[in-house]
Design a protein around this ligand. Structure first.
Ligand SMILES: C[S@@+](CC[C@H](N)C(=O)[O-])C[C@H]1O[C@@H](n2cnc3c(N)ncnc32)[C@H](O)[C@@H]1O
Length: 265
């Protein structure tokens, strides 16, 4: 059966890739907290071998990590995005792939930075996608996951004047920490911030650091895929929660874009 939703997401990003590059590929310059958290991520996985920018788009997160001395690659669903990522970041390896079924060996990665890519995975498939990320992380490996906070699913049929069909799924942090634990990952820290005005879509943001437990092993079926989400792992330590900023927000179902604001990035 053709997976209609995922092929719509792929085609949509193929169609907006040039504009996405133009508007968003330098966005980290304007996002100090993102840079700070990526610095921490890089320092923490520095000695763990290869890391991956999962759902990398034009590859600016991979580039930032590469510039901090990390060995990093990138994976994205959209072939056009991958082409741009290669062109913009020579020296970094980018490939096409679906985070729900990665062509990456077990335990090959020391870290995964997944910036606003889990937002395209429908709720019922999120735990399976996280189990897949856990599979490719080495024990002790670190995931840094980011998303828009809320309960809504925002559908775009027109994005920057292109006819697309793509859902942006918002999550509550406590919902996502539940998914991460169900996938067998240890949640270490949850950070929230308000949107940067005039830089990005006006939604509140969450960043979660989660780790694959050291010494964890995965039960596998005949296909080699993990059998289940592995719910037996407890937390390695206390989860730390940081809230950054408290400015009141408009409802997260507000999809209206003001000039200068970027939708959903
Ligand atoms: C909102 S963009 C984020 C891009 C980049 N990480 C950033 O922070 O700007 C979402 C990206 O995730 C990719 N994506 C969506 N579903 C995916 C999947 N199942 N596997 C891999 N990448 C996916 C899209 O093609 C798109 O490039």
């Amino acid at each position: 059966m053709v997976d209609r939703t995922i092929s719509d997401v792929r085609t949509s990003y193929d169609l907006v890739a040039d504009e996405y590059v133009r508007r968003i590929s330098e966005e980290l310059e304007h996002k100090p907290l993102d840079r700070q958290l990526l610095d921490r991520f890089a320092a923490s996985v520095q000695d763990f071998g290869l890391s991956c920018d999962m759902g990398c788009g034009p590859g600016h997160v991979a580039r930032y990590l590469d510039e901090r001395g990390l060995r990093v690659s990138g994976v994205d669903l959209s072939p056009v995005m991958v082409e741009y990522a290669r062109k913009l970041n020579p020296g970094i390896e980018f490939s096409c792939g679906d985070m729900r079924s990665l062509e990456i060996e077990d335990e090959a990665l020391g870290g995964i930075a997944a910036f606003y890519s889990i937002i395209h995975i429908p709720r019922p498939e999120v735990v399976a996608a996280l189990v897949e990320m856990k599979r490719v992380l080495r024990p002790g490996g670190l995931l840094l996951l980011t998303f828009h906070i809320g309960d809504d699913v925002v559908h775009l049929a027109d994005w920057w004047g292109r006819q697309v069909s793509v859902d942006f799924i918002f999550f509550r942090p406590e919902e996502m920490t539940g998914f991460l634990r169900e996938a067998g990952l240890e949640v270490e820290e949850v950070v929230e911030r308000d949107p940067y005005p005039d830089v990005e879509h006006p939604s509140r943001r969450a960043y979660i650091f989660a780790r694959k437990p050291r010494g964890s092993s995965q039960a596998r079926g005949p296909s080699g895929r993990p059998l289940d989400a592995g719910t037996s792992h407890g937390l390695g330590g206390q989860t730390h929660m940081s809230i950054v900023g408290h400015t009141p927000l408009k409802g997260s179902d507000d999809t209206g874009q003001k000039e200068g604001q970027e939708p959903m990035a």
